[in-house]
Ligand binder design. Structure first.
Ligand code: GEK
Length: 246
């Protein structure tokens, strides 16, 4: 499918309203995320590889905040397990509707691993008998005070040896390091064709909606939830991915 270019913040807006995963965003989402998240393609394929390694027979693999289902499709390609089901969840009806179309276009008859796309808040979805749970840039959109409860629920829903893969944009306590990371990320966006106006208006739109935290904070929360081991396995500028094993 040809990618439609993201031009949502290209002209001066009278008022920059809070970012929403609505129809306009969905229509440009593959272009937007690839030009905004350093290493997005590598993350998607690598998460598939990790899922291939950690998925267990007759369990669920969850893709929470799945958007158009890129992680689910990558996992499905690489699962060598028997009796697994991928459950992809997003609370944006527009994302799920478009994701469902992409999934149908990508699916071949007799596909070994089914993908179930669910339009729901993560809060309302039971997480159980899971060997792989992925939060690929989703936790940052959940209210800070609800994050520990969600990570605990994921821990409790995992089978022994199961994993949580958590990708997030990071904040940094130290000012010089923070400035460096933010500048480097903006250079990345400019290199991908975004103007200073687009970068600045998108930043304003995301300010209240997406709240990044420090790596220390994420690692502490994973331990508090019960995970005995966690490690960063990817970082590019202020974007990271962590694996935590039960
Ligand atoms: C990818 N993982 O392409 N419940 C369900 N979904 C939610 C919730 C919630 N409470 N809050 C936000 N979302 C994807 C990219 S995007 C990240 C994930 C980004 C959904 C929201 O609708 C959106 O689709 C997704 O989480 C975050 O690998 O755009 O920066």
């Amino acid at each position: 499918m040809a990618k439609k270019q993201d031009e949502i913040y290209a002209s001066t807006l009278k008022e920059v309203i809070d970012f929403k995963f609505d129809e306009r965003v969905v229509s440009v989402f593959p272009d937007m995320i690839q030009r905004s998240v350093p290493g997005y393609k590598t993350l998607i394929s690598s998460i598939g590889i990790l899922a291939g390694r950690y998925a267990q027979d007759n369990t669920h693999c969850y893709d929470l905040g799945c958007s158009l289902g890129a992680v689910s499709l990558s996992m499905r390609q690489r699962l060598g397990t028997i009796g697994c089901e991928i459950i992809a969840v997003d609370n944006s009806p527009e994302m799920i509707a478009q994701g469902q179309l992409l999934l149908e276009a990508e699916s071949k008859q007799g596909e070994a691993v089914p993908i179930k796309m669910v339009c729901s808040d993560i809060d309302k979805v039971e997480i159980y008998n899971a060997s792989v749970v992925v939060l690929n840039f989703t936790l940052q959109f959940i209210a800070v005070e609800e994050r520990l409860a969600l990570v605990e629920r994921i821990y409790n829903g995992l089978v022994p040896g199961g994993v949580l893969i958590l990708s997030e944009k990071l904040a940094f306590d130290e000012q010089t390091q923070s400035d460096f990371m933010i500048d480097a990320h903006h250079d990345f966006k400019r290199d991908n064709g975004y103007s200073n106006l687009e970068i600045s208006q998108k930043r304003t739109a995301l300010e209240k909606v997406m709240v990044p935290e420090t790596l220390t904070c994420h690692k502490q929360r994973l331990s508090d939830a019960g995970f005995g081991f966690n490690s960063v396995w990817f970082q590019c500028f202020n974007f990271t991915s962590i694996i935590a094993i039960k």
